[in-house]
Design a protein around this ligand. Sequence first.
Ligand code: FES
Length: 128
Amino acid sequence: MTTRRELIAAGAAIAGALLAGCSDDEATSSGPADEVTVAKDTVPVGGGLVVDGGYVVTQPEEGEFVAFSSRCTHQGCTVSEVRPDGVFCACHGSMFALNDGTPVQGPATDPLVRATLTESGSDLILTP
Ligand code: FES
């Protein structure tokens, strides 16, 4: 015999599966890691990197580094790549400016969230 508690649990599992199905198989991300170190010389000038741990670091001008959360402000996907014209999210095509993370192409309307970047010799230390 199925108990009421089992039915509720089964319903919750089905609801969770349905909600997951609504995400278009997007690669959603959680918040950034506490601290990630990136070598400066791995960040291209006029471009950048999506870094494991939930960050994007860019170098819009030589020697000018900027860090952001890699979580897209549209629906939470991890941004896909950094292109010469911006930080691109493949989920729905948003693009964000390299220098300040403002959306230059929708559907995102909010800028990428800035991360803290500390220069340490030849490295960049990224923190939320
Ligand atoms: S989640 Fe990035 S464009 Fe939609």
